[in-house]
Design a protein around this ligand. Structure first.
Ligand code: NAD
Length: 348
């Protein structure tokens, strides 16, 4: 475990069990050098404790990169709660989790993530001030969707193989949850042609009815011929050996950790598919959580979210000049902000 912490530069790993509520939770703090570690609290059914710990470590590291590239003065952290088979008392569970967060003295600030909701953050707030995304600050999903929408516009302008404007562009959206639905609304209002998919058929029907979207089964969304494929479901869906099945010219979506491995980013590059790095594109939620926690107004938050597309535009310019894969350029930019310039490689 210490080797994994060293490889990922994780500074702290905390476990907490509460017998009364059945809470079993992990908090990984990747870094606090740029501020308190802010990151979502995920409630998920993990196969094992090891899986939960690995997920927390990996996601916390992603949060450090995200905050660095988004220019947010926060470190990276993440919490995972191993979902019990049945939750008898959700409020008691999140109060126990609140005590865990409070024990870290503000080095970690909890926020919403997959499986948790605003009301859970309110429960945590009854125990500790170190929580964002409460009903006072609101749901971060519309802010995340705005960052993704602006990034799709920037991506279209960056490539001559794509239409200049969203109106007339065909966008395939995978996952129609909080972010996916809000993104479809922005895209539909801007005149995009939408192809959608979700494993929840009620969400698909809603998008067909509200936006006149065309739908395809979940297994078919990756191969839909489109300008932009927008993954807004779960992570790990772009794999090096399945990139050849994609029929899009660009990938821009909200899902965390879309690339199953770093090789998947290189495979996209080899296939000429422009990739907008997920942890930059989906930073709207983090910007919202961080700034609303500091009492900033929605107008100030929206203005900062526009910075996401500006950073993406810089990355695309570097990509055009150097010919290097976008995923590598983004990682290097974040690492430069977090750790300073990389040491020069010495020849033997
Ligand atoms: P959500 O749980 O509301 O929605 C996810 C949707 O994806 C659900 O409707 C689910 O049925 C669907 N889905 C899951 N697997 C699928 C599959 N194989 N094919 C099609 N649909 C599938 O989550 P959300 O808040 O909308 O977040 C979406 C993604 O964006 C997640 O990966 C999340 O980590 C990431 N993200 C969200 C935010 C935010 O502000 N909510 C911020 C940053 C990143």
């Amino acid at each position: 475990m210490f080797a994994e912490m060293k490889n990922t530069r994780t500074s702290e790993l905390h476990l907490w069990a509460d017998e009364a509520t059945g809470l079993q939770a992990v908090i990984a703090i990747n870094s606090t050098t740029r501020g308190a570690a802010l990151g979502g609290c995920r409630l998920f059914s993990y196969k094992s404790t090891d899986d939960a710990i690995h997920d927390a470590i990996r996601l916390a590291r992603g949060m450090s990169y995200k905050a660095a590239l988004a220019g947010v003065e926060q470190g990276g952290g993440k919490a995972v709660i191993m979902a019990p088979r049945e939750i008898h008392d959700r409020e008691a569970l999140f109060k126990a989790f609140g005590r865990f967060v409070h024990s870290l003295g503000g080095r970690y600030i909890a926020a919403m993530d997959v499986g948790t909701q605003t009301s859970d953050m309110d429960t945590i707030a009854s125990i500790t001030p170190h929580v964002a995304c409460t009903s006072k600050g609101g749901d971060p999903a519309p802010y995340t969707a705005l960052g993704v929408f602006n990034s799709i516009k920037t991506t279209l302008q960056a490539s001559s193989a794509l239409p200049d404007d969203i109106s007339g562009a065909r966008i395939a959206v995978q996952g129609l949850g909080n972010v996916g639905f809000a993104l479809c609304e922005l895209l539909s209002n801007a005149g995009a042609e939408l192809v959608v998919s979700d494993i929840d058929s009620a969400k698909v029907t809603r998008c067909e009815q509200v936006f006149g979207a065309r739908s395809v089964p979940p297994s078919a969304i990756l191969s839909v011929e489109c300008d932009v494929f927008s993954p807004c479901g779960m992570g790990g869906i772009i794999q090096a050996d399945t990139v050849k099945d994609l029929s899009c010219r660009a990938v821009v979506g909200s899902a965390n950790n879309q690339l199953a491995t770093p090789e998947a980013g290189l495979a996209l590059h080899r296939q000429g598919i422009l990739y907008a790095p997920d942890y930059l594109v989906n930073a709207g939620g983090l910007i919202h959580a961080s700034l609303s926690h500091r009492g900033k107004t929605p107008a100030e938050i929206n203005e900062r979210i526009h910075g996401v597309a500006e950073t993406l535009s810089q990355i695309f310019k570097r990509h055009k000049t150097s010919g290097e894969p976008v995923s590598l350029i983004a990682d290097r930019m974040a690492e430069h902000i977090l750790y300073g310039p990389a040491p020069l490689q010495r020849s033997a």
